[in-house]
Design a binder for this molecule. Structure first.
Ligand code: URA
Length: 202
């Protein structure tokens, strides 16, 4: 099922890498796409930071390294899953992308990735994906850990962004890391549940 779409994803990536549709592109080195291979669980961050802009790859800086550890803790590695971002270009000075920028970019690119990949579960890292998928009134501290089914049938699990974990200290950091671990576990559990149901039906 996740096999025959590589060519179309490659075409989409080539289009994305030459995107000049908004002004964000003029501040950095250009759009970044995703890492990994199509998988039933997908992870979505905010947008590239300095390191990502330099290498042209999402989530490879300090946040990406912590994400790798969190993934490892639930038995996942970056080569087996897709990791992508809401916005593809680095906002100047690493500011948080606006709702308008998220909407403009993700409806152009991320939505098409999702259409091609058809993941069963999307894990959103932080406020930016949470607000894109569930609405601008949502806050990660209240919404994390609660899985929602989107209109397209895909399940969405909001959790903390790794940069948030890196800003916490002491006991707060330990608690927030456990939250992320439990959210990843619950998202994987939902994925297994759906795969199990499909097998029963077929
Ligand atoms: N933070 C994100 O959300 N995405 C990146 O690609 C890098 C840092």
């Amino acid at each position: 099922r996740y096999g025959g779409i590589a060519l179309t994803l490659t075409a989409l990536e080539n289009e994305l890498l030459s995107c000049r549709a908004c002004s964000l592109v003029s501040y950095g080195r250009g759009p970044t796409s995703w890492t990994g291979v199509p998988s039933p669980i997908m992870f979505v961050g905010e947008g590239p930071g300095g390191v990502e802009d330099e290498y042209g790859v999402p989530l490879v800086g300090p946040s990406g390294q912590l994400l790798d550890k969190a993934l490892w803790s639930v038995g996942l590695t970056r080569d087996k899953i897709i990791v992508s971002n809401i916005v593809k270009c680095r906002p100047q000075g690493n500011r948080t992308p606006t709702a308008a920028e998220s909407q403009f970019c993700a409806s152009r690119w991320l939505d098409k990735e999702i259409e091609l990949i058809r993941p069963l579960v999307i894990v959103g890292l932080g406020n930016v994906p949470l607000q894109y998928f569930l609405g601008s009134d949502k806050r990660i501290t209240r919404s994390r850990g609660q899985i929602h089914q989107l209109q397209n049938g895909i399940w969405f699990m909001p959790t903390f962004h790794p940069a948030y974990l890196l800003r916490q200290e002491g006991k707060d950091q330990i608690a927030a890391k456990w939250d992320v671990f439990n959210d990843f576990k619950a998202a994987l559990g939902k994925m297994q549940e759906i795969i199990g149901e499909k097998e029963l039906k077929s």
